[in-house]
Design a protein. Structure first.
Length: 275
């Protein structure tokens, strides 16, 4: 069987993504035969503390922009190839106009956006025109909208991370902004544990079992230990259970209940530009 060639760039990419050591990253990639996601899983099974970045979308460069209109929040990710182009007035203006178009016409998908009218052209043709102007590939890689009693959009300075959040009670914009900043900073996988996919849970249990065995725990106890560790996973990766960034003594859910016992998050979306 032909050996997969692992380059220094591959190793560096994994190191940047996980924070693990260079040699550990190289060994993991060799064992995974170059499969990036599998290498991350191998590092975790080895007990390494992997700071893998989680996001709803990864891209290279571009602009993430969220806006609110009434009870609807819209979040878009428009990509280009370099940070230089991403900061130009033409690119940022185009991104703003696309968000406005989405809100004005209640567009709910990228395909619907691409077919929409933009100054006499379709958006798809306008993107082609932008590619010609910038000399770089331009594309819309993400589009999300949410509706709720209170909605906010949070654009992190630099527009490389953005989030939109909906709350079930009206007039809670300041609270919703706090939660949107939490989403942007902490990149939760889901709203609560019920929103975490069965595949992710199964993978976490498998990793937990292997770690327990490596720690010298009996094999017949490993699964119980792994299931016990799921609680910590949910606290770190689900929005309502995460420690609130402005008061680590409270979970996000507890913070919301301190404002109003009925208050909760209905939905959130987050985009992040990759490295």
């Amino acid at each position: 069987m032909e050996t997969v060639k692992i380059t220094a760039a591959d190793v560096n990419k994994l190191r940047q993504h996980t924070g693990a050591g260079m040699m550990d990253c190289k060994k993991a990639l060799v064992e995974a035969e170059g499969d990036f996601e599998k290498a991350i899983e191998i590092l975790r099974k080895q007990g390494q503390k992997v700071a893998a970045k989680r996001s709803d979308r990864d891209a290279t460069e571009g602009m993430i922009l969220g806006k609110v209109s009434g009870n609807t929040a819209t979040l878009i990710c428009v990509n280009c190839e370099t940070d230089f182009v991403a900061k130009t007035e033409g690119f940022t203006g185009f991104t703003n106009e696309l968000v406005d178009l989405v809100m004005a016409n209640k567009i709910g998908s990228i395909d619907a956006l691409l077919g929409s009218n933009y100054n006499g052209l379709t958006v798809a043709d306008a993107i082609t025109e932008q590619t010609g102007k910038t000399g770089e590939k331009v594309e819309v890689s993400g589009l999300e909208t949410i509706q709720a009693a209170t909605v906010v959009a949070y654009n992190h300075p630099g527009n490389k991370v953005g989030a939109i959040v909906g709350l079930n009670l009206a007039g809670k914009e300041e609270v919703a902004r706090d939660v949107a900043m939490q989403v942007a900073a902490m990149a939760p996988l889901a709203l609560d544990k019920d929103g975490v996919s069965a595949d992710i849970i199964a993978k976490e249990v498998e990793i937990g079992k292997e770690l327990a065995i490596q720690e010298g725990k009996p094999a017949d106890m490993a699964e119980k230990i792994a299931l016990g560790r799921l609680g910590k996973f949910f606290k770190e990766n689900t929005l309502l259970e995460q420690a609130f960034i402005k008061d680590q003594k409270l979970s996000v859910s507890q913070y919301l209940k301190s404002i109003d016992p009925q208050l909760t998050v209905t939905e959130f979306k987050r985009f992040s530009l990759g490295n």
